[in-house]
Design a protein around this ligand. Structure first.
Ligand code: NI
Length: 135
C-alpha cells in the first residue's frame, strides 16, 4: 500500500497556491497546497470543500458568516454555493478534500485558476521503512 508522508509531500511543493493531487477515492480528490497571502473570492456551485491545516494557520473568510480560523490539526467544510476566500498571513500547509475536477477558484476565473492538478510523488522509501519497522 502507498503511504503518503505529509511532511515529505509538503516539502516537495515549491510554489504557493499550486494544488497537487495526493490521492483519489470514490470520486473525491485529496489535494495538498502550500499557501501564503490572500486567495480570490469564489464559490463552488456543486462541491462542498474540506480544508485541513497541517502546519501554519488558515483563515477562511465568508461574506455571510464569521471567519473560520484553522490551526494545525483542525479542519472545516465550506458548503457548496458559499462565497469564501482563504487567507494565510504566513506560509501554511493545507490539505483539501473535494470532488475530482473541482476547480480551485470555483466560479471565478483568475490567474490563480488551475484546471489540471499534477500528482505529487509519494515518498515510497520512507513508507517501506515505516512498514518494516512496525512489521
Ligand atoms: Ni474554494
Amino acid at each position: 500500500m502507498d503511504v503518503v508522508n505529509l511532511d515529505a509531500a509538503f516539502q516537495s511543493i515549491e510554489e504557493h497556491w499550486e494544488p497537487k493531487l495526493a490521492g483519489e477515492l470514490n470520486g473525491q480528490a485529496v489535494k495538498l497546497a502550500v499557501v501564503s497571502g490572500e486567495f480570490v473570492w469564489h464559490h463552488h456551485e456543486d462541491a462542498d470543500e474540506l480544508f485541513y491545516v497541517h502546519r501554519g494557520e488558515l483563515t477562511i473568510e465568508f461574506e455571510d458568516r464569521p471567519d473560520a480560523v484553522l490551526e494545525p490539526g483542525e479542519f472545516s467544510i465550506v458548503p457548496r454555493g458559499v462565497e469564501h476566500r482563504p487567507v494565510a498571513s504566513a506560509e501554511t500547509e493545507i490539505m483539501l478534500f473535494e470532488p475530482q475536477g473541482t476547480v480551485n477558484t470555483g466560479n471565478r476565473e483568475s490567474d490563480r485558476t488551475r484546471r489540471n492538478v499534477e500528482r505529487i510523488a509519494v515518498d515510497d522509501e520512507e513508507a517501506e521503512w515505516v512498514s518494516d519497522d512496525r512489521g
